[in-house]
Design a protein around this ligand. Structure first.
Ligand code: G3P
Ligand code: MG
Length: 243
């Protein structure tokens, strides 16, 4: 079945409006009228799935050092909001569980990007998928599971074969089509900044919906939709919605 994506996906929730990958960012996306959010999921030292983009804590929390070294209890004490703006002081690093509960409550769709810390690809994919499977109501359209890690996507193909997989591409691998076929990818997630016009034409001609990251300019989004791109990930998603 062909995956249908909304034209705008909130990147890390709505990373320009509220601190990325927090519940506040998911709420901000919903308040702006966005239908779908993307978040980055990885593991604490003791194997709890949480939302965080970087391998280290320094940029987006008041902690420092490798995320993979901190337990869930330590994560619960971190502030992931003050770095962004004073009004978000005390905003926690959410568990994936808490984020999914909020997404369901708000009636959003979600793209869970599995973002393993180095060397933790398989265990991260397994736990993220098990957590999501347990939290996600069976009657709703399933999360779109994406990753730059082929190991993570292979685990997803085995453990959540019935959930759509997004193949995240940075620089075009020579064998991208064979990889996409092998993984049963439902969508291609590509960076226009790193993609030539010829390569973009090939992605678009492949038949899978193409989603472009990260687009924060209305003219750029319009040009991508015009070219056939199904969706754009944006830090200020509401600014790209039709008025
Ligand atoms: O999933 C789209 C986009 O989030 C991929 O890049 O580094 O922002 O997670 P990144
Ligand atoms: Mg991401």
């Amino acid at each position: 079945m062909t995956l249908v994506l909304p034209p705008v996906i909130g990147h890390r929730g709505a990373a320009a409006i509220a601190p990325e990958n927090t519940l506040a960012a998911i709420r901000a996306a919903a308040a702006g009228g966005v239908a779908m959010v993307e978040v980055d999921a990885k593991l604490t030292a003791d194997g709890v799935a949480i939302l965080l983009h970087d391998d280290d804590l320094d940029r987006t929390t008041d902690g420092s050092g490798p995320a993979a070294a901190r337990t869930a209890e330590e994560f619960a004490r971190l502030d992931a909001g003050s770095w962004f703006a004073p009004q978000f002081a005390g905003e926690p690093v959410p568990t994936l569980d808490a984020a999914l509960a909020l997404v369901v409550e708000l009636g959003l769709a979600i793209n869970i990007e599995i973002k393993p810390c180095p060397g933790r690809d398989v265990e991260t994919a397994k736990i993220v998928l098990a957590t999501a499977r347990a939290a996600w109501p069976g009657g709703l359209a399933p999360p779109l599971v994406s990753s730059f890690s082929l190991e993570c996507l292979e685990v997803a193909a085995q453990l959540a074969a019935d959930w759509p997989r997004g193949y995240l591409i940075w620089d075009r691998p020579a064998d991208w089509r064979a990889v996409a076929d092998r993984l049963g990818a439902a969508s291609l997630h590509v960076s226009p900044d790193r993609t030539s016009a010829a390569d973009m034409a090939q992605y678009l001609a492949d038949g899978r919906p193409v989603a472009a990251y990260t687009i924060n300019d209305a003219a750029a989004a319009a040009a991508l939709w015009q070219a056939g791109v199904a969706a754009v990930f944006s830090d200020d998603p509401a600014s790209l919605l039709p008025r």
